[in-house]
Ligand binder design. Structure first.
Ligand code: GTP
Ligand code: MG
Length: 300
C-alpha cells in the first residue's frame, strides 16, 4: 500500500476524505469515455460478481443520459452462488437495467444471452433511427468496467476469436476499437475505468484483491492481513479447511504468520514469512482455490 498511501496522503491535502488513485492512461480515459458514450446506443457495464458494488463506476449512470445499460456480473463461477442470487435480486430492484451473469472462461454458454440482451436493449434506439428515415445500422454497444473485471475476455467471447489482448494485471487495454460481434451489433472495446473516488483504504484492499489496482500500488502484507481477517468472519470454515488452522484459533483474529507456519513459508531461521503468506493467500483467494467467495453483501 506504500505508493497508494503516498498518493492518498498527497490527495488528502487537497480534499480531505477524498481518496484518488488514477494511473495515467486510465485518467485520460475519462474524457475518452464521455466521447465514446455519445457514440453508442447501449452500454455494458462489467462488474466483478465477487465485488459488485465496489467494482461499479459510481457515476456511470449519471453520464448515460438515459441510455440503456446492461449489467454483467462476470467471474460468477468464482462467486458464492447464494450471494450472487442476493445480488441479482438487488440489481433487479435497484439496478439500471437487465443483469446478466457471465463466466468469460466459459463464454460460449453465456454468449447468446448477452447478445439477446444487447439486441432488446438497443431495439428502441434502432427503431428511432429508422423512424427518422435513416439507413439501418447495427446497434452500437460499448463495454465499460474497472480494470481486470474481464472486459476484453467478454469481448473475445462475443467475437468468438481471441482478438483482444487480455491479462491478469490492471490496465492491459490501452486503446479502443470497434468490433462487429453480430451482423446487427458493433461493439467498442474500452480500457477499464477505476472509480475516481475511493472512500477508504479498505475499499482499496478489496480492489487490490480482485486486481483492479495494479500490484505496484499496494502493500501485499497489509492487504493480505485485512483480507484474511475479513474472510475469517465470513468464510471461516472454508479458510480453516484450506489453511489447516486449528479449532483453538477460531476465536482470535488470524495472522499471516499462522499461514506461514501451516504452509511452511519460512524465512531464514525458521520464522514464518508474512509476505509470502500474503502472496499465497491472495493468489488462492483470487483463483477460487479456497472456495466460491463473495466479498461484499448487497446493502440492506
Ligand atoms: N475466473 C475467471 N477469470 C476471468 C473471467 N473473465 C476474465 N478473467 C480473467 O481476468 C483477467 C482479466 O481479464 P481481462 O479480460 O484482461 O480484463 P479487462 O477488464 O479487459 O482488463 P483491463 O484491460 O486491464 O482493464 C484475465 O486473467 C482473465 O483470464 C471469468 O469469468 N472468470
Ligand atoms: Mg482489457
Amino acid at each position: 500500500m506504500m505508493m497508494m498511501t503516498q498518493q492518498l496522503s498527497e490527495t488528502k491535502t487537497h480534499a480531505s476524505h477524498s481518496v484518488q488513485w488514477y494511473p495515467g492512461h486510465i485518467a485520460k480515459w475519462d474524457k475518452q469515455l464521455l466521447d465514446a458514450l455519445k457514440k453508442v446506443d447501449v452500454v455494458i457495464e462489467v462488474l466483478d460478481a465477487r465485488l459488485p458494488l465496489l467494482s461499479r463506476h459510481p457515476e456511470l449512470n449519471l453520464r448515460l443520459d438515459r441510455k440503456p445499460i446492461i449489467t454483467v456480473l462476470n467471474k460468477s463461477e468464482l462467486a458464492d452462488p447464494e450471494a450472487t442470487e442476493a445480488w441479482q435480486q438487488w440489481f433487479k430492484r435497484f439496478g439500471c437495467g437487465p443483469t446478466v451473469l457471465f463466466d468469460a472462461h466459459h463464454g460460449a454458454k453465456y454468449r447468446n444471452k448477452l447478445i439477446q440482451a444487447i439486441a432488446s436493449a438497443g431495439a428502441e434506439a434502432v427503431e428511432k433511427w429508422q423512424a427518422k428515415g435513416l439507413k439501418a445500422r447495427p446497434v452500437r454497444v460499448m463495454v465499460v468496467g474497472m480494470p481486470n473485471v474481464g472486459k476484453s475476455s467478454i469481448i473475445n467471447c462475443l467475437v468468438g476469436l481471441k482478438k483482444v489482448k487480455t491479462g491478469h494485471k490492471a490496465g492491459v487495454t490501452r486503446t479502443s476499437q470497434w468490433i462487429r460481434i453480430h451482423p446487427q451489433v458493433d461493439l467498442l472495446d474500452s480500457p477499464g475505468i477505476i472509480p475516481p473516488k475511493l472512500e477508504s483504504d479498505e475499499q482499496g484492499h478489496w480492489l487490490a484483491l480482485v486486481s483492479s489496482i495494479g500490484e505496484a500500488a499496494f502493500d501485499e502484507e497489509r492487504v493480505g492481513l485485512y483480507i484474511l481477517q475479513e474472510l475469517q468472519q465470513r468464510y471461516q470454515a472454508l479458510l480453516q479447511q484450506h489453511f489447516g488452522f486449528t479449532t483453538e484459533s477460531l476465536n482470535t483474529p488470524w495472522t499471516l504468520e499462522q499461514i506461514g507456519v501451516q504452509k511452511c513459508l519460512l524465512k531464514h531461521g525458521g520464522v514464518p514469512d508474512p509476505k509470502r503468506a500474503a502472496q499465497v493467500l491472495l493468489r488462492d483467494v483470487r483463483q477460487g482455490k479456497i472456495g466460491r467467495l463473495t466479498f461484499e453483501a448487497p446493502p440492506a
